[in-house]
Design a protein around this ligand. Structure first.
Ligand code: PEP
Length: 255
């Protein structure tokens, strides 16, 4: 059985003070260990330390980063290494988010290097794939997601894949208030699982969690999470409010 992962992507929001406030306001129930549900938030780099120190003692909420570099160290001004994230205690790192692809020129080759580095450091990559609106309109969405999936995961073993989370994020649904319908999400998630079966094996494809991302919020999370191949959510806007995030965890625990 795949456990549900509710992961918050805070993007360039929430400095250290707001991060401390968030954890102070998160409902007690959200901090508790829930069988079959995992929760994580991914603050900006500068707020990671505060996230760790302001989490309630014994909190089950995990912490991740939104990006990492693929080199160990050295002359890469402005970058952060996997070892640095590990030292802080990060469990996850979001890789290949569409905003990184669009604004920072990240392609599947770069994402693939980052995935390998994160795995080598024992950090779980949340690998994002998803088509833009014109690609869906041209009915190329399956081809695009197939290429991104194969490219980002190139050269990995079955064992590596076990340690990866995929996030299907249709770009037209990110931050727009427009959500993929549960049927559209299920169709693509099942397609991705099929691709993982061809690239790796059915056994491991059945284990991998595939999150949906794109305007997920308490009002639509239930029907998305009910889909057989939707194993959680990567959530932007709605993860910034402690009450919404607490609610999303509660909804996941009802599935
Ligand atoms: C995201 O950026 O990963 C995301 C899904 O954002 P939102 O939930 O705001 O659409």
């Amino acid at each position: 059985m795949r456990s549900i992962l509710i992961a918050g992507n805070w993007k360039m929001n929430m400095g250290p003070k707001e991060t401390a406030d968030f954890f102070a306001q998160l409902e007690d129930a959200a901090h508790k260990e829930i069988t079959g549900v995992e929760a994580a938030v991914c603050p900006p780099f500068v707020s990671l330390s505060t996230a760790f120190s302001s989490r309630k003692a014994g909190s089950a909420v995990k912490i991740g980063a939104q990006n990492v570099h693929y080199e160990d160290n050295g002359a890469f001004t402005g970058e952060i290494s996997t070892a640095m994230l590990k030292e802080l205690g990060c469990d996850f790192v979001i890789l290949g988010h569409s905003e990184r692809r669009e604004y920072f020129g990240e392609d599947d080759k770069i994402i693939n290097k980052k995935v390998k580095k994160a795995l080598a450091e024992g950090i779980t990559p949340i690998v994002c794939v998803g088509e833009v609106l014109s690609e869906r309109k041209d009915k190329r969405h399956f081809d695009v997601v197939k290429e991104q999936t194969a490219g980002s995961l190139a050269g990995l073993s079955d064992d590596d894949l076990r340690k990866i989370v995929i996030a299907y994020e249709p770009v037209w649904a990110i931050g727009t208030g427009e959500t993929a319908s549960p049927e559209q999400a299920q169709e693509m998630h099942s397609f991705i699982r099929g691709e993982l079966t061809s690239l790796f094996s059915k056994e491991v494809a059945d284990i991998v969690r595939i999150l949906y991302g794109g305007s997920m919020k308490p009002g639509n999370a239930g029907e998305l999470l009910q889909q057989p191949d939707v194993d959680g959510g990567l959530i932007g806007g709605a993860s910034l409010k402690p009450s919404d995030f607490s609610n999303l965890i509660a909804i996941a625990s009802e599935q």
